[in-house]
Design a protein around this ligand. Structure first.
Ligand SMILES: O=C(O)CCC(=O)C(=O)O
Ligand SMILES: [Fe+2]
Length: 369
């Protein structure tokens, strides 16, 4: 079966082998020599700001100065889904440099830059390529949540799970977030692994999903544009991200070109339809998959923000959601989103578990010699 790549071009823009070569170069730097821990077996790695066991502390400022460490960090983020730094102390400008360099170092197409959100107002506080995240405003101080709460109301926390900007033809690879105004308590963010969500399905079900494609639409932003009269931005980090219907099609199972692993690529924020199914079948399947992501806390990590914490995630292979439990307190921050390749499914790619098992077996064989 040929790889499923949708819209144009038919072939993936980053060949997995090329991306894996770039990743192999990155492996020369082993970030595991630094003070860190894996948050859960499935997802998340956190770099410590104080070492308790003699391993050196790695700061994100040092990483930004080292092309080899940037490449290694890109690979680590893609493998672990999300990586955290405490006491990061970087500016919104540095967040932009960070995500753009992670993508470039791991082989993203030259045409893919930083995303400009469709509803970013010209002249906005942090420029076009930083999204202002706030529990009191939507995207910009002009849109208060109280005015636009109808489209933004979330009755059940689980409905907040999403992957960023999958309504774009060329969606995101890496993203970074810093919560700069902390509420007195709460406001945690959760991430879930798309690799592990795929691995939890039976082989028959996995195969079935591999043949499907889905429609993604930025409905909430279309509604906001209508209700405010604001024109959508039409060049959004890639020449192909210029459509004003904020609608596109992607494969349901996506290969991450950095790890070569398969992941589930539908999300309750933006995926509206499985194209090959009837509407009731599609609704049933999507609801099952959305629940699969939200209901399994052992494929998730929950992060408690502190002053200067930084999260960096791979949007190709994770889902995330904020926790809306801070009441009247302000919680706000800055997010930068880099664009990657056009999503593709490579039938020769592996699942995370299968690949890790093969690697463990190969390592055991070497040791036994
Ligand atoms: O506020 C948060 O914790 C997450 C917001 C979000 O979805 C994002 O930054 O992409
Ligand atoms: Fe998000």
């Amino acid at each position: 079966m040929a790889p499923i790549a949708l819209d144009t071009p038919a072939e993936p823009q980053v060949h997995p082998v090329e991306a894996l070569k770039a990743a192999a170069a990155a492996r020369e730097v082993d970030l595991r020599q630094f003070a860190l821990f894996d948050s859960t077996p499935a997802i998340g790695t956190e770099f410590l700001s104080v070492s308790t066991d003699g391993r050196p502390v790695l700061t994100i400022k040092e990483v930004l100065q080292s092309p080899a460490q940037i490449a290694a960090l890109g690979r680590l983020v893609s493998e672990r889904g999300v990586v955290f730094f405490r006491k990061a102390g970087i500016t919104p400008e540095e967040q932009k440099v960070l995500v753009q360099s992670l993508g470039t170092a791991t082989g993203k197409p030259a045409e893919s830059g930083l995303h400009t959100h469709p509803l970013t107002l010209p002249g906005s506080q942090y420029g076009d390529e930083i999204t202002h995240i706030s529990n009191q405003h939507i995207l910009s101080k002009e849109f208060t949540l109280s005015e636009h709460s109808k489209s933004y109301q979330r009755v059940r926390a689980k409905s907040g799970w999403h992957t960023d900007i999958t309504f774009e033809r060329v969606p995101s690879d890496y993203a970074s977030l810093i919560i700069r105004t902390l509420p007195p308590g709460g406001g945690d963010t959760l991430w879930a692994s798309a690799y592990e969500a795929y691995d939890r399905l039976s082989p028959v079900f996995q195969k079935y999903l591999e043949g499907l494609t889905a429609t993604h639409r930025g409905s909430i932003f279309l509604e906001l544009s209508q209700s405010t009269g604001l024109k959508l931005r039409d060049v959004r980090g890639h020449p192909d991200n210029n459509n004003d219907d904020l609608t596109t099609t992607h494969p349901v199972i996506r290969t991450n070109p950095v790890t070569g692993w398969k992941g589930l690529f539908v999300n309750s924020g933006f995926t509206i339809r499985i194209n090959e199914l009837t509407v009731p079948e599609s609704d049933w399947l999507l609801n099952f998959l959305f629940d699969h992501i939200a209901d399994n806390h052992d494929i998730q990590v929950r992060f408690r923000w502190e002053e200067d914490s930084l999260a960096i995630w791979d949007n190709r292979s994770t889902f995330h959601t904020a926790t809306n439990d801070v009441g009247p307190h302000l919680r706000e921050g800055t997010r930068s989103v880099s664009l990657g390749e056009k999503p593709f499914f490579d039938p020769n790619s592996k699942s995370r578990r299968a690949d890790l098992a093969d690697k463990a077996e190969a390592a055991a064989a070497v040791e036994a010699k």
